[in-house]
Write a protein that binds this ligand. Sequence first.
Ligand SMILES: Nc1nc2c(ncn2[C@@H]2O[C@H](COP(=O)(O)OP(=O)(O)O)[C@@H](O)[C@H]2O)c(=O)[nH]1
Ligand SMILES: Nc1ncnc2c1ncn2[C@@H]1O[C@H](COP(=O)(O)OP(=O)(O)O)[C@@H](O)[C@H]1O
Length: 192
Amino acid sequence: MTEGRLIVLTGPSGVGKGTLLKHLCQRHPALRVSVSLTTRAPRPGEIPGQSYIFVSREEFQSAIAAGALLEWAEYAGNYYGTPRQPVVAALHQGQWVILEIEVVGARQIRQNFPQAQLVFICPPAWATLEQRLKQRGQDSETAIQKRLARAKDELQAAPEFDAQVVNDNLEQAIQELEIHLGLVSENNFPIL
Ligand SMILES: Nc1nc2c(ncn2[C@@H]2O[C@H](COP(=O)(O)OP(=O)(O)O)[C@@H](O)[C@H]2O)c(=O)[nH]1
Ligand SMILES: Nc1ncnc2c1ncn2[C@@H]1O[C@H](COP(=O)(O)OP(=O)(O)O)[C@@H](O)[C@H]1O
Protein backbone atom coordinates (compact mmCIF):
# COMPACT_ATOMS: atom_id res chain seq x y z
CA MET A 1 0.00 0.00 0.00
CA THR A 2 1.34 3.47 -0.85
CA GLU A 3 2.17 5.56 2.21
CA GLY A 4 -0.32 8.41 2.81
CA ARG A 5 0.61 12.08 3.08
CA LEU A 6 1.52 13.99 6.19
CA ILE A 7 0.29 17.60 6.14
CA VAL A 8 1.01 20.28 8.71
CA LEU A 9 -0.81 23.58 9.22
CA THR A 10 1.19 25.93 11.39
CA GLY A 11 1.22 29.62 12.25
CA PRO A 12 0.40 31.87 15.21
CA SER A 13 -2.52 31.34 17.52
CA GLY A 14 -5.64 33.14 16.29
CA VAL A 15 -4.59 33.19 12.64
CA GLY A 16 -7.40 30.79 11.72
CA LYS A 17 -5.68 27.37 11.54
CA GLY A 18 -8.57 25.61 13.28
CA THR A 19 -11.15 27.36 11.11
CA LEU A 20 -9.31 26.43 7.91
CA LEU A 21 -8.88 22.85 9.09
CA LYS A 22 -12.60 22.51 9.81
CA HIS A 23 -13.50 23.69 6.29
CA LEU A 24 -10.88 21.47 4.64
CA CYS A 25 -12.29 18.44 6.47
CA GLN A 26 -15.85 19.29 5.47
CA ARG A 27 -14.79 19.45 1.82
CA HIS A 28 -12.44 16.45 1.98
CA PRO A 29 -13.91 13.99 4.49
CA ALA A 30 -11.15 11.46 3.80
CA LEU A 31 -8.62 13.73 5.56
CA ARG A 32 -7.64 12.35 8.96
CA VAL A 33 -7.06 14.93 11.68
CA SER A 34 -4.62 14.06 14.43
CA VAL A 35 -5.96 14.67 17.95
CA SER A 36 -3.23 16.12 20.17
CA LEU A 37 -2.44 15.62 23.81
CA THR A 38 -2.48 18.80 25.89
CA THR A 39 -2.08 19.80 29.52
CA ARG A 40 -4.25 22.89 28.90
CA ALA A 41 -7.64 22.97 30.62
CA PRO A 42 -10.61 22.30 28.32
CA ARG A 43 -12.42 25.39 27.01
CA PRO A 44 -16.21 25.46 27.25
CA GLY A 45 -17.61 23.26 24.47
CA GLU A 46 -14.39 21.34 23.85
CA ILE A 47 -15.02 17.61 23.78
CA PRO A 48 -12.31 15.43 25.41
CA GLY A 49 -10.89 13.01 22.86
CA GLN A 50 -12.22 15.08 20.00
CA SER A 51 -10.76 18.58 20.40
CA TYR A 52 -7.81 17.32 22.42
CA ILE A 53 -6.88 14.47 24.72
CA PHE A 54 -6.63 16.38 28.01
CA VAL A 55 -3.93 15.00 30.28
CA SER A 56 -2.01 15.92 33.44
CA ARG A 57 1.60 17.10 33.29
CA GLU A 58 2.67 13.71 34.68
CA GLU A 59 0.81 11.86 31.94
CA PHE A 60 2.37 14.13 29.33
CA GLN A 61 5.89 13.51 30.72
CA SER A 62 5.25 9.75 30.63
CA ALA A 63 4.19 10.00 26.97
CA ILE A 64 7.46 11.82 26.15
CA ALA A 65 9.51 9.27 28.09
CA ALA A 66 7.77 6.37 26.31
CA GLY A 67 8.56 7.90 22.89
CA ALA A 68 4.81 8.03 22.25
CA LEU A 69 4.87 11.53 20.73
CA LEU A 70 5.80 12.36 17.15
CA GLU A 71 6.58 15.92 18.22
CA TRP A 72 5.80 18.10 21.19
CA ALA A 73 6.25 21.67 22.45
CA GLU A 74 5.60 23.91 25.40
CA TYR A 75 3.23 26.74 24.45
CA ALA A 76 1.92 29.57 26.65
CA GLY A 77 2.50 27.58 29.84
CA ASN A 78 1.13 24.25 28.63
CA TYR A 79 2.39 21.19 26.75
CA TYR A 80 1.03 20.01 23.42
CA GLY A 81 2.02 16.90 21.47
CA THR A 82 1.01 14.61 18.61
CA PRO A 83 0.43 10.94 19.51
CA ARG A 84 2.74 8.89 17.29
CA GLN A 85 0.88 5.60 16.85
CA PRO A 86 -2.41 6.79 15.25
CA VAL A 87 -0.58 9.02 12.77
CA VAL A 88 1.92 6.36 11.71
CA ALA A 89 -0.84 3.73 11.40
CA ALA A 90 -3.03 6.01 9.26
CA LEU A 91 -0.09 6.89 6.99
CA HIS A 92 0.68 3.17 6.55
CA GLN A 93 -2.92 2.66 5.50
CA GLY A 94 -2.42 5.27 2.76
CA GLN A 95 -4.45 7.98 4.50
CA TRP A 96 -3.73 11.69 4.40
CA VAL A 97 -3.16 12.98 7.91
CA ILE A 98 -3.26 16.63 8.92
CA LEU A 99 -1.67 18.15 12.04
CA GLU A 100 -2.57 21.60 13.32
CA ILE A 101 0.41 22.55 15.47
CA GLU A 102 2.61 25.46 16.50
CA VAL A 103 5.99 26.29 14.96
CA VAL A 104 8.39 24.43 17.31
CA GLY A 105 6.55 21.15 16.73
CA ALA A 106 6.26 21.84 12.99
CA ARG A 107 10.07 22.13 12.84
CA GLN A 108 10.38 18.69 14.47
CA ILE A 109 8.09 17.24 11.79
CA ARG A 110 10.16 18.95 9.08
CA GLN A 111 13.28 17.31 10.54
CA ASN A 112 11.86 13.81 10.98
CA PHE A 113 9.47 13.60 8.01
CA PRO A 114 11.19 15.30 5.06
CA GLN A 115 8.33 14.23 2.81
CA ALA A 116 5.69 16.09 4.92
CA GLN A 117 4.02 19.17 3.44
CA LEU A 118 4.07 22.12 5.82
CA VAL A 119 2.02 25.25 5.26
CA PHE A 120 2.38 28.40 7.33
CA ILE A 121 -0.80 30.44 7.76
CA CYS A 122 -0.16 34.20 7.94
CA PRO A 123 -2.49 36.95 9.19
CA PRO A 124 -3.19 39.78 6.73
CA ALA A 125 -1.92 42.23 9.38
CA TRP A 126 -0.79 42.24 13.00
CA ALA A 127 -3.92 44.11 14.07
CA THR A 128 -6.10 41.41 12.50
CA LEU A 129 -4.38 38.73 14.57
CA GLU A 130 -4.98 40.69 17.79
CA GLN A 131 -8.57 41.31 16.80
CA ARG A 132 -9.25 37.64 15.98
CA LEU A 133 -7.76 36.43 19.26
CA LYS A 134 -9.88 38.89 21.22
CA GLN A 135 -13.05 38.31 19.19
CA ARG A 136 -12.79 34.57 19.64
CA GLY A 137 -13.44 35.25 23.31
CA GLN A 138 -11.96 31.92 24.46
CA ASP A 139 -8.89 33.02 26.36
CA SER A 140 -8.13 35.23 29.36
CA GLU A 141 -6.33 38.54 28.73
CA THR A 142 -3.13 36.93 30.11
CA ALA A 143 -3.45 33.96 27.75
CA ILE A 144 -4.03 36.34 24.81
CA GLN A 145 -0.94 38.38 25.69
CA LYS A 146 1.18 35.20 25.93
CA ARG A 147 -0.06 34.13 22.49
CA LEU A 148 0.67 37.55 20.97
CA ALA A 149 4.17 37.66 22.47
CA ARG A 150 4.90 34.26 20.94
CA ALA A 151 3.30 35.24 17.61
CA LYS A 152 5.97 37.91 17.03
CA ASP A 153 8.69 35.23 16.82
CA GLU A 154 6.46 32.73 15.04
CA LEU A 155 5.81 35.13 12.16
CA GLN A 156 9.56 35.29 11.51
CA ALA A 157 9.50 31.54 10.87
CA ALA A 158 7.06 31.71 7.93
CA PRO A 159 9.71 31.35 5.17
CA GLU A 160 10.98 28.08 6.70
CA PHE A 161 7.91 26.23 5.49
CA ASP A 162 6.92 24.85 2.06
CA ALA A 163 4.15 27.37 1.43
CA GLN A 164 2.62 30.45 3.04
CA VAL A 165 -1.10 31.20 2.82
CA VAL A 166 -2.53 34.52 4.00
CA ASN A 167 -5.85 33.99 5.77
CA ASP A 168 -7.63 37.22 4.85
CA ASN A 169 -10.68 36.20 2.86
CA LEU A 170 -11.59 32.77 4.26
CA GLU A 171 -12.85 31.22 1.02
CA GLN A 172 -9.78 32.35 -0.87
CA ALA A 173 -7.45 30.96 1.82
CA ILE A 174 -9.25 27.59 1.72
CA GLN A 175 -8.90 27.41 -2.05
CA GLU A 176 -5.19 28.31 -1.93
CA LEU A 177 -4.63 25.62 0.69
CA GLU A 178 -6.48 23.05 -1.40
CA ILE A 179 -4.17 23.80 -4.32
CA HIS A 180 -0.94 23.80 -2.26
CA LEU A 181 -1.88 20.52 -0.60
CA GLY A 182 -2.93 18.82 -3.82
CA LEU A 183 -6.49 18.31 -2.57
CA VAL A 184 -7.97 19.60 -5.83
CA SER A 185 -6.86 19.43 -9.44
CA GLU A 186 -6.08 22.49 -11.56
CA ASN A 187 -9.71 22.70 -12.66
CA ASN A 188 -10.80 22.58 -9.01
CA PHE A 189 -11.89 18.93 -9.07
CA PRO A 190 -11.53 17.23 -5.64
CA ILE A 191 -8.68 14.67 -5.60
CA LEU A 192 -9.28 13.43 -2.05
N1 LIG B 1 3.55 21.32 18.79
C1 LIG B 1 2.25 21.15 18.92
N2 LIG B 1 1.42 22.22 18.93
C2 LIG B 1 0.10 21.98 19.05
C3 LIG B 1 -0.45 20.69 19.14
N3 LIG B 1 -1.80 20.80 19.25
C4 LIG B 1 -2.08 22.10 19.20
N4 LIG B 1 -0.95 22.84 19.08
C5 LIG B 1 -0.79 24.29 18.95
O1 LIG B 1 -0.73 24.86 20.24
C6 LIG B 1 -1.16 26.23 20.16
C7 LIG B 1 -2.17 26.52 21.26
O2 LIG B 1 -3.33 25.76 21.05
P1 LIG B 1 -4.69 26.11 21.79
O3 LIG B 1 -4.43 26.30 23.23
O4 LIG B 1 -5.72 25.09 21.40
O5 LIG B 1 -5.03 27.54 21.22
P2 LIG B 1 -5.55 28.01 19.79
O6 LIG B 1 -4.86 27.21 18.71
O7 LIG B 1 -5.20 29.43 19.78
O8 LIG B 1 -7.02 27.74 19.75
C8 LIG B 1 -1.74 26.41 18.76
O9 LIG B 1 -0.76 27.07 17.95
C9 LIG B 1 -1.96 24.99 18.30
O10 LIG B 1 -1.85 24.87 16.87
C10 LIG B 1 0.47 19.58 19.12
O11 LIG B 1 0.11 18.42 19.18
N5 LIG B 1 1.78 19.88 19.01
N1 LIG C 1 -10.58 34.49 7.22
C1 LIG C 1 -11.11 34.89 8.38
N2 LIG C 1 -11.77 36.05 8.44
C2 LIG C 1 -12.29 36.48 9.63
N3 LIG C 1 -12.24 35.80 10.79
C3 LIG C 1 -11.59 34.62 10.79
C4 LIG C 1 -11.00 34.10 9.58
N4 LIG C 1 -10.42 32.90 9.87
C5 LIG C 1 -10.66 32.69 11.20
N5 LIG C 1 -11.36 33.71 11.75
C6 LIG C 1 -11.78 33.87 13.16
O1 LIG C 1 -10.59 34.15 13.91
C7 LIG C 1 -10.64 33.54 15.20
C8 LIG C 1 -9.41 32.63 15.38
O2 LIG C 1 -9.52 31.52 14.50
P1 LIG C 1 -9.06 30.04 14.93
O3 LIG C 1 -9.40 29.13 13.80
O4 LIG C 1 -9.57 29.70 16.28
O5 LIG C 1 -7.44 30.28 14.99
P2 LIG C 1 -6.26 29.30 15.44
O6 LIG C 1 -6.77 27.90 15.35
O7 LIG C 1 -5.14 29.58 14.47
O8 LIG C 1 -5.89 29.72 16.83
C9 LIG C 1 -11.97 32.77 15.26
O9 LIG C 1 -12.92 33.57 15.95
C10 LIG C 1 -12.35 32.59 13.79
O10 LIG C 1 -13.75 32.52 13.61
